[in-house]
Design a protein around this ligand. Structure first.
Ligand SMILES: C[S@@+](CC[C@H](N)C(=O)[O-])C[C@H]1O[C@@H](n2cnc3c(N)ncnc32)[C@H](O)[C@@H]1O
Length: 277
């Protein structure tokens, strides 16, 4: 069925999406929004965008349809070892320094937050990188918190099963150390091994949450390739909240196509897309 999305209806959804998850859609995204939400109209059997908007905002008190709407709107592009320079920096600089200072102070705890973790490639890459340096079963307490607003994509991440082609560029020794081959419907996949999964906790979390609930600081935060969807004021507020979640000298990693403007934060620039509190 062909549905018509008027500019007025697009504005209604634009406002709802912005206030719910901070994603700032311009009119140029109208066709994309239409295509993505058409799936929900078909699924719910609702036959106009206006009625679907009323259903999401007024009828469905459970909030479940709003979750589906956000699941369909969010862009989840990600990859293993995406923006490799960050993992080089972790391997050569940050992890050796953190580990040595924690060894000295006998505080063998590592806390990492992967905010906007999408389908899991990024937190699993972080876990593999940590395993280059320490064995969490060897006196180290390592926890990676991986969060995303999309429940659909988190489910994929928890599953941890990937098409083999997605790991084509990862050296085969690394893949075989951390992934097992599994057969699903006569197709081979790679599944993250338990030692990787055991240090990652996946949770739904909206970065627009007013007050972040974390009691203890993270040693570093990855928040990459999501702020590009937010407007400057939303980015500024988010970066200020990240600042409060880090100890002095803690690191924030953002996407290489993103920047923190100087007057927007107190972070020190370290290298492209790496900042320090
Ligand atoms: C393009 S992916 C980036 C994934 C990964 N960080 C990377 O760089 O490969 C952006 C992710 O941000 C999530 N996202 C969008 N708005 C969000 C919000 N308000 N709170 C939490 N996650 C959000 C989306 O669901 C999506 O999975």
């Amino acid at each position: 069925m062909q549905y018509v999305l008027s500019n007025k209806e697009f504005e209604m959804f634009r406002g709802l999406i912005y206030s719910t998850c901070g994603i700032n859609l311009t009119l140029s995204k109208k066709e994309l929004v239409k295509a993505r939400l058409t799936k929900r109209l078909t699924h719910t059997g609702i036959d106009s965008f206006n009625d679907y908007y009323n259903y999401v905002t007024k009828v469905d008190k459970s909030g479940k349809e709003l979750i589906h709407l956000i699941d369909n709107i969010s862009t989840n592009k990600t990859d293993f070892f995406r923006e490799k320079k960050h993992f080089d920096f972790l391997n050569t600089t940050l992890l050796p320094a953190l580990i040595s200072s924690k060894e000295k102070s006998k505080n063998r705890k590592l806390r990492i937050w992967c905010a906007a973790s999408s389908s899991g490639e990024e937190p699993y890459t972080l876990a593999m990188t940590v395993f280059n340096h320490i064995r969490p079963d060897n006196g180290w307490d390592v926890k990676i918190l991986a969060t995303d607003i999309s429940t659909r994509i988190l489910q994929k991440a928890i599953e941890g099963t990937y098409k083999m082609a997605l790991l084509n560029d990862v050296p085969s020794g690394i893949t075989s150390a951390h992934f097992s081959k599994v057969l699903v419907n006569n197709t081979n996949y790679y599944k993250a091994k338990d030692h990787l999964k055991s240090i990652i906790t996946f949770r739904r979390f909206n970065l627009m949450t007013e007050k972040f609930p974390f009691k203890h600081p993270f040693d570093f935060i990855f928040c990459r390739n999501v702020m590009i969807y937010f407007d400057p004021e939303t980015q500024r507020r988010l970066v200020a909240k990240f600042y409060d979640c880090l100890p002095k000298d803690g690191y924030l990693f953002i996407g290489h196509s993103e920047t923190l403007s100087k007057n927007h934060n107190d972070f020190k620039y370290v290298q492209p897309a790496v900042y320090q509190r």
